[in-house]
Design a protein around this ligand. Structure first.
Ligand SMILES: CC(C)(COP(=O)(O)OP(=O)(O)OC[C@H]1O[C@@H](n2cnc3c(N)ncnc32)[C@H](O)[C@@H]1OP(=O)(O)O)[C@@H](O)C(=O)NCCC(=O)NCCS
Length: 150
């Protein structure tokens, strides 16, 4: 598997990007403001993430997604580690990520690889008109924000 930066001249793997954030407008905005990366196997995009500068010295992983057929094979972990080393190379000091309160697997994955919970944005998903997400039998209402020093 190879991970490379997406060029502004190519079509991004939109379907994959939209599995992590349902709004095409927001995904396009992230790609414009951030750095997109794609994981490929035999020239096929199987994973993506975008690194988005947010505050001074701080960058956030957004739109992390792995193709359904390839999940559970440590590609998500490799993308997180790749994002950490890109952020370090770019001289950022803090790496952020966020996920829904109902995303149990993602919360496990992020904490396993060094992220600590730093805050809860209560009612985030209700404010953003995403009122009907149910995962693991839990209604997704709040954004859990996690962070690590790099
Ligand atoms: C989140 C996502 C990127 C993870 O990618 P992945 O390649 O499947 O992840 P990995 O195989 O590297 O890691 C899986 C790890 O997640 C954790 N995990 C996943 N589901 C879990 C669960 N229900 N309970 C506990 N741990 C879980 C485990 O720690 C597992 O590690 P292990 O192999 O030691 O058990 C992928 O599931 C995905 O694309 N989901 C849809 C989009 C999405 O939700 N993106 C994130 C938005 S915040």
């Amino acid at each position: 598997m190879n991970i490379r930066q997406l060029s502004v001249l190519e079509n991004p793997p939109m379907e994959l990007l939209l599995t992590a954030d349902p709004s095409r407008q927001i995904v396009e905005e992230y790609l414009k403001r951030g750095y997109g990366y794609v994981a490929e196997m035999k020239n096929q995009g199987i994973g993506v993430y975008v690194l988005l500068p947010t505050r001074p010295q701080t960058i956030e992983i957004v739109n992390l997604a792995v193709d359904e057929l390839y999940r559970g094979k440590e590609i998500g972990r490799k993308l997180l580690q790749h994002a950490g080393s890109v952020a370090q190379t770019l001289r950022y000091r803090t790496l952020d990520i966020g996920t829904g309160n109902s995303s149990i697997g993602q919360l496990a994955l992020y904490q396993k690889y060094g992220f600590r919970i730093v805050g809860v944005d209560r009612n985030f998903f209700l404010r953003h008109d995403e009122e009907n997400i149910i995962e693991n039998g839990i209604r997704c209402t709040d954004m859990i924000r996690l962070s690590q020093d790099i």
